[in-house]
Design a protein around this ligand. Structure first.
Ligand code: SF4
Length: 331
């Protein structure tokens, strides 16, 4: 690991000032991804600004019924919070499906948003071709072992997937990310927070290096109480998603779909909001045929590679299965 300077921030403004104009400095939260990457030599910051003592860990309901989650709230605390379990069960389930209990006790909401891909080639600096780690060097996964890679929204520059479970639920919920930087606070809609790879796969998010995530706001969305997160993976725990689905349905008394939210994980460079599926669902009766038609629509543009084409059928079946589970829920 490279030597680095360490300091401890006392408030968000001071944290931003400490890092401003220093592109090789980074904030340190739970450290569950960043420290691994530093040990591997993938991340080489020359300074860490520890933000763990900032008071940004609250989970609270706002007067307009939105729920605000502080950026330093630990994944375990968010998952077990009564507001999250009852109003946004898919978010609680997504968090509990990620990592291990020990890691969830350390990992923060802000850090989870900024997790980096687990592409094997990205994680191994001895491997020369990775545009995300070293722009312009090529993509080892394109013609390599790409079993865990993207089938939607990828580019010739990068076919990596976003690793977070939490972010899939946040995408379905249209969460708002609140950040502070040298010019003050701003809000970023969840759709605009993460990026597709395009020609700049080294950039995962639309966040400047001197901006600090301070909170995530969840909209008051009563029908999110009828929601579910399904994660398909190689083993039952401590594994990243091959495909995951977060879904919520707003049904009338006749089981017709008034509104729908669907997002996918494990299939794209960012948490994938399933707009085509939602369009197919709204106004239709909640039944198997509708769900399969929505799944087909969402995956129509999918493209597989040598080892990951199985994900296309897996994603279709996962969407239909998750929607079936949600439709059978009593609330
Ligand atoms: Fe690097 Fe992306 Fe290619 Fe993986 S898929 S080797 S992260 S450029």
């Amino acid at each position: 690991m490279n030597p680095f300077a360490y300091s401890r921030a006392t408030d968000p403004t001071q944290a931003v000032t400490a890092i401003s104009g220093k592109p090789h400095s980074k904030f340190l939260g739970g450290g569950t991804n960043l420290i691994d990457l530093m040990k591997m030599g993938v991340e080489t910051p020359n300074e860490l600004v520890d933000i763990n003592r900032l008071s940004l860990a609250q989970i609270e309901e706002l007067p307009d019924k939105r729920v605000r989650i502080g950026a330093l709230a630990r994944n375990s605390d968010v998952a077990e919070h009564e507001l999250i379990k009852t109003r946004y069960p898919m978010l609680s389930q997504a968090l509990l499906s990620g990592a291990s209990p020990q890691l969830r006790n350390m990992a923060t909401v802000g850090g989870n948003l900024l997790q980096r891909t687990r592409c094997y080639y990205f994680y191994d600096p001895a491997f020369p071709a990775c545009n995300k780690r070293k722009p312009g060097s090529g993509c080892g996964a394109l013609d390599g072992y790409n079993r865990i890679h993207a089938i939607l929204g990828q580019s010739e520059q990068c076919i990596a997937t976003h690793p977070s479970d939490m972010c899939v639920a946040l995408a379905a919920l249209d969460a708002i990310v609140r950040v502070v930087g040298p010019n003050g606070e701003r809000e970023i809609g969840f759709r605009d927070f993460h990026r597709l790879p395009g020609n700049t796969p080294d950039r995962d998010a639309n966040l400047a290096s001197d901006e600090l995530i301070i909170a995530v706001d969840l909209p008051a969305m009563p029908f999110a109480a009828r929601s579910h997160y399904l994660k398909v993976r190689d083993r039952a725990s401590y594994a990243f998603a091959l495909v995951s689905v977060a879904a919520a349905l707003d049904l009338d008394a006749n089981k017709n779909i008034k509104d729908a939210r669907v997002a996918l994980g494990g299939v794209a460079h960012k948490p994938w909001r399933a707009n085509a599926a939602e369009k197919k669902l709204i106004g239709q009766e909640a039944n198997e045929k509708t769900f399969q038609s929505a799944a087909e629509a969402e995956l129509a543009a999918a493209k597989g590679y040598k080892y990951n084409s199985y994900k296309i059928e897996l994603a279709k079946r996962s969407i239909a299965r998750t929607l079936n589970i949600v439709a059978e829920m009593t609330s």
